[in-house]
Ligand binder design. Sequence first.
Ligand code: ASP
Length: 349
Amino acid sequence: MPARYIARLAYFVLLIGLVAGITAPAAGQDVDGAAPAAAADGPNVRLAIHGGAGTIRPENMTDAQEAAYRAALEEALRAGYEVLRNGGSATDAVIAAIVPMEDSPLFNAGHGSVFTAEETVEMDASIMEGARRNAGAVAGVMRTKNPIRLARLVMDESPHVMLAREGAEAFAEAYDLEFRDNTYFHTERRLEALRNAQSDASTTDADTSPAYLGTVGAVALDANGTLAAATSTGGMTNKKFGRIGDSPIIGAGTYADNRSCAVSSTGHGEYFIRAAIAYDVCAMVRYTGLSLAEAANAVIHGTLTEMGATGGLIAMDPQGRVAMPFNTPGMYRGVINADGSVQIDIFRD
Ligand code: ASP
């Protein structure tokens, strides 16, 4: 047998082992492998969102808080769905879903972003569309009200994929975007989280405590069969000035390819970068023939967990199947189907 076949066979056996090793069904798996509900009279479209993964437990949340998150997630789903239902692109839909979450103080993106160790807010965002594999990203922006809109302008209007900090915002000035003083992004709740992280840091090792929660992301399939993915975040509480996470890194936080899937990640970004998490899900689907659910589970419950890291992702394939695995106690997440029906979940079960 030629060496390349042996190598291919060995890779396949390895993958099957990896998937089989993830005892089914893993906790927090939350995979919907079923075909999406079709609209009676509309296009076969679908959109999924996340609002971050982490130590989200029912006992830590009041009914009022849970209701507020559910309402915000539903608002985002319906905003994205409105675009898809009217024949809009997956790219427009993921932006429409993310903007209200960036404007909400509940999520760690835009207005509700977490603080750096210097008590400033620095935001990262990225977007990718799956037909031409076009992508745009911004890192460390401090004045742009909706960083996801700026990422989209980088994709559409610049020859680049990623712009950072003052350069990104100088580029933004030429467009009709809203800007805010950095204090617009400062909220009491996040300041308190920073203080807690800093006092924990004096007793433990700050660099190993994953103080993240609330990053937002969306994946969508439009009526033309095109996928798109987008992610927006303030990063991790108490991060160093200039730290850039996985969210603006194409292949780590965000990836979309019509030949395989669209992915948006959330979790301890350094690990997501090192494992190229979003790309890895799509590569497994494309090269091995694993289903979306199998590939997404292998990456979160295999690769990420074995690295000792936490987080989750949402993924969608060209048939509109969705996978939303996470290895944390919870992940804010939701799906809206072609018929407008919505499913929103927060906790593991
Ligand atoms: N992944 C993000 C980061 O590391 C944080 C998050 O997902 O909450 O910047």
